[in-house]
Design a protein around this ligand. Sequence first.
Ligand SMILES: Nc1ncnc2c1ncn2[C@@H]1O[C@H](COP(=O)(O)OP(=O)(O)OP(=O)(O)O)[C@@H](O)[C@H]1O
Length: 294
Amino acid sequence: MNRNVMIIMNPKAGKGNGKSALFTICDRFSKAQDHVHVYITQSKGHAITLSKELGPSHDILLCIGGDGTWNEVINGVLPLSTQPHLAYLPSGTVNDFASTLKISKSPEKLMDTIERWNPFACDIGLFNTRYFTYVAAFGIFTDVSYSTPQQSKNMFGKVAYYLEGMKQLANIPRYHIKLHVNGETIEDDYMFGCITNSKYVAGFTTVSTKHAQLDDGLFEILMIRTPNNPLDAQVIIAALLKREVNHDWMYFTTASSLDIESIEDIPWTLDGEDGGSTTLAHIENKNKAVTILV
Ligand SMILES: Nc1ncnc2c1ncn2[C@@H]1O[C@H](COP(=O)(O)OP(=O)(O)OP(=O)(O)O)[C@@H](O)[C@H]1O
């Protein structure tokens, strides 16, 4: 079909099983008489540079990697005025974004999908100057990555676990926050917050994500207040484990944009990677900002 196809593969993602998929994918594109260029990422950030520089001259950009590599491709492509159509073969450990869009891990199925040509215009989150595909989060566990396979398939279970482990309540984060959302300002002390654009976070359908749509221009926002004593902590742990919103301790809403203001720097994670620290997070849903073949 003479299409220009660019493949970006992270050889270190997951267990490295993207490598065997590469042959199948190249073979199918070659059979369709497309022109394939393969780029293997060499370091963190490489996928951003590659997609920014070479994306405009390609019809299809296919990413093979985990959520981190996919995030880099999105950050590279989103500012482009001429974007390629995106395709994604998840080969990471968690792959939350792919689970939401029901994207298969099979290279043959991915190629069938590309053949069917069903473009989906997908929302992307903007966090100050960086883009994220499915979650921006801060708080109780965000100093450690939750995308490691064994430790946490379940982010909320992990929040509960950390809370349980913190015998000294003094260790639980207490960020005094002004949350500006939907024309309201809510001021409180929070230990955790997440802004999601996904049905899954850390492999898990959550209280905040079960109604998520990826093209509705809205985020799901969940904030959890800091407990004042061990009894409060138990109530929160119980709600988290049951995946319920306890309105005394949790704030849940949907919105297309929000600002989170604090006096002290808050460290964030974006799609499970380090998102830096800030006292002012402006978070905006970029409705239907990229086109993905699904
Ligand atoms: N050649 C490389 N060597 C080391 N790290 C790399 C290389 N290429 C890319 N990276 C980095 O590897 C990190 C992890 O990649 P990625 O998130 O795709 O895989 P994963 O952690 O296995 O998957 P997931 O996040 O879905 O669990 C990314 O931050 C990416 O920038």
